[in-house]
Write a protein that binds this ligand. Structure first.
Ligand SMILES: [Fe+2]
Length: 402
């Protein structure tokens, strides 16, 4: 009886001990996960010959800086983001523009975020800091040879995206173009990072700039109106141009694929005005010296001017609109190539009577690599596993190589 009583008394103690052990095990990783950390990025945005933008997130509110220099052990310069005289602070999204750089130059960088524990009018209490290091190379309009890769219509399929990015030979790749619908109607920051940015950062985006061309699915969802915060551009617009390695990149934004009045948009689409404004800009851009001087002119536009046979033109108005309005302007101005997505079917179309330039439409599981040299654009399209799908015809330089 005594023995039984002793056993009964000791049993709860044993349970207690086991509980304590399992609780300690459960608490330890949770505490570590809660520590200040860089939760996304850094990734490179808005590349130019003289500037680069670094974007990253932290799991706690911080203030941040970027130190940079020409060698990894001599980060001689420091820059912090500030607006209206106030250093960016008490935020989890960090965006720092590094200006005053030299073209075609490799820079090493270190991002630092310092936690803000308490933010009072006359006293800010700082906590610990976290850092990450990397490097980037600025654009160089005069560079003779480089490569860029294009992905499109990944629609949140992160596993396939990871596989495709892991199969790329990064040697010589200076840019990655995300040609629209790489996200799927983004509803949260977590979705944007987990489904798209994190796979890019793991593969390249902290050392090779990521250039987003907006697709129609990036205009949908709660985060559509904040997209520029995550994918900033120098112009503050989703349509703009830049020059690298003799190529004039012309980025256009076709907006939504259906009419503004379509019930799907609940009265919140205003793309008619946006496209008219963009057309004015496009006419000016096609007259610009940068466009005239380029060895190659490549238009990047998610919705192609070729109508998908499956689509009802009365509902999906954008592709015929682009075919009728922008395509003749681009053809007359003499673009050398258009790269698109949207149809979910890999397609190569040579120039014809209606379209004075070749068009290559990426599929949902393709990586298009373009090797640029003074003589030609050499294209190769790969599947997710890195096997060659197709070699579209070379695009010769219009101007003689200098
Ligand atoms: Fe699309």
């Amino acid at each position: 009886m005594n023995q039984q009583r002793r056993f009964t008394r000791s049993w709860p103690c044993l349970v207690c001990a086991l509980c304590c052990v399992s609780l300690a095990q459960a608490v330890e990783p949770a505490a570590a996960a809660d520590e200040l950390r860089i939760s996304g990025g850094p990734y490179l945005q808005a590349p130019s010959p003289r500037s680069m933008t670094l974007v990253w997130t932290t799991n706690r509110k911080c203030t941040s800086k970027v130190e940079y220099g020409l060698s990894a052990d001599r980060l001689t310069e420091t820059v912090r983001a500030a607006q209206h005289g106030l250093v960016d602070a008490n935020t989890t999204l960090h965006r720092v523009i590094v200006n005053g750089l030299r073209p075609g130059t490799k820079y090493y960088y270190r991002v630092t975020s310092t936690e803000i524990l308490e933010f009072k009018p006359y006293k800010v209490k700082y906590g610990p800091s976290v850092q990450k290091e990397g490097y980037f190379t600025t654009l160089d309009p005069a560079k003779e040879r480089f490569s860029f890769c294009v992905i499109n219509d990944r629609h949140d399929r992160a596993a396939e995206l990871r596989q495709a990015l892991a199969s790329i030979d990064w040697e010589g790749v200076d840019l990655v173009i995300a040609l629209g619908d790489v996200m799927n109607d983004p509803m949260s920051e977590t979705q944007i990072f987990e489904k798209f940015i994190n796979p890019c950062v793991e593969a390249f985006a902290s050392r090779i700039p990521l250039v987003l061309v907006r697709g129609n699915h990036e205009t949908r969802g709660l985060m559509a109106r904040s997209l520029m915060e995550y994918f900033p551009t120098a112009s503050g617009r989703f349509y703009y141009s830049f020059v690298h390695g003799g190529v004039h990149f012309l980025l256009l934004d076709g907006g939504e694929d259906k009419a503004d009045t379509s019930p799907e948009y609940s009265g919140l689409a205003a793309f008619d005005d946006y496209l008219a404004e963009q057309t004015d800009w496009l006419r000016r851009e096609l007259q610009s010296q940068n466009f005239a001087d380029a060895r190659f002119r490549i238009c990047l536009l998610h919705i192609p001017p070729a109508v998908d046979a499956r689509e009802d033109e009365k509902k999906f108005i954008r592709s015929p609109w682009i075919r009728n309005h922008w395509s003749p302007l681009l053809g007359q101005a003499g673009i050398d190539l258009m790269l698109s997505g949207h149809t979910h079917r890999y397609t190569e179309l040579p120039a014809d009577e209606d379209r004075a330039y070749p068009l290559v439409i990426g599929g949902t599981d393709t990586v298009i690599r373009v090797d640029v040299s003074p003589e030609q654009l050499r294209l190769a399209t790969f599947k997710n596993d890195g096997t060659l799908l197709s070699r579209p015809p070379d695009v010769p330089a219009r101007k003689p190589a200098k």
